[in-house]
Design a protein around this ligand. Sequence first.
Ligand SMILES: [Zn+2]
Ligand SMILES: [Zn+2]
Length: 364
Amino acid sequence: MRAVGVIPKKREVALFDHHVMPTLSEPGHAKIRVIEVGICGTDREICSFAYGTPPDGSDYLVLGHEALGEVVEVGAGVTRLKVGDLVVPSVRRPCPHDHCPSCVVGRQDFCFTGDFTERGIKMVHGYMTEFFVEDEEHLNRVPADLRDVAVLVEPLTVAEKALAQVTAVQSRLNWGNGAGKTAVVLGAGPIGILGAMALVVRGYKTFVYSRSAEPNPKAALVNSIGAKYISSETISLADFQKMTGNIDLVYEALGVAKISFEVMKVLGLNGVFVFTGIPPHKPAIPVEADSLMRQMVLMNQVIIGTVNADRAAFEGAIADLAIFKQRWPDALRNIISGRFPMESYRDLLLGKATGIKNVITIGG
Ligand SMILES: [Zn+2]
Ligand SMILES: [Zn+2]
């Protein structure tokens, strides 16, 4: 089987032969033929050898954690899936410890020990190959009519989990589902755009604050879904705040601390700021800590970091994608900027980042 992965010891990114065909070893297993795999910043960072750990006993790690596949074989204990179903697998697998209160209830996204594994990232091979085997517990069924966009399910789970956290935190208020509130999305990459779509369908008045001046394709896409694109290059933060009024929610999808902590200064009364981006290690930057602390206390503000996603977030993403597809078929399709064969892996993983979401097609 062909696979794209990294060989950290040799600091190599390669298209190679990935040992033997995987087989069902447990009754709850299903075998999946990979249709396509999305590429994101995490994959690119693994290819710079910032992190990414092969399984024990392997020199290489197969990449890929944003996959769409088709069930080709099911074990005797599989109850929810059948051959021919389309599925999106989740990424994180539980730690082995009975004393982890999260992993024992299937909430490894909140693992307490740090000994979880992640397919395509940490100690388990990913999906950038022809077939894989997985327990049905970690597979989410996707309706056939979402086939052309279902590779976006995994990146959309970032917003789904974040918004579930926001709902939980804001249950302290008479907040409802956030309808009528004002949200600001930082960044217009796939996580930001999908997050903006999720906010718009929930009834938030949604602004996307990103660097590039208009006109540009991402701004056009954002404006076409009823959110408002604002360029930080042409509109100052003070002017931006005049346009938004009280900011109830900031959804950060940029991975840049400097602009994030600037925008934190304009978070509104009882507001929530959610971080989803992971900045690279960099020299320290000045932050107006006393005024931020004063503001957070006097304005009842909450800052949340969120990573990974649970089954509810995957199911929420699949349900939301169906809504997005009905409401904005062109905008949703345009998030996928290109589909490429496996042989293009080098440009996609090591070349300059281009477009919005690039996808490797494996089994069509
Ligand atoms: Zn990703
Ligand atoms: Zn755990």
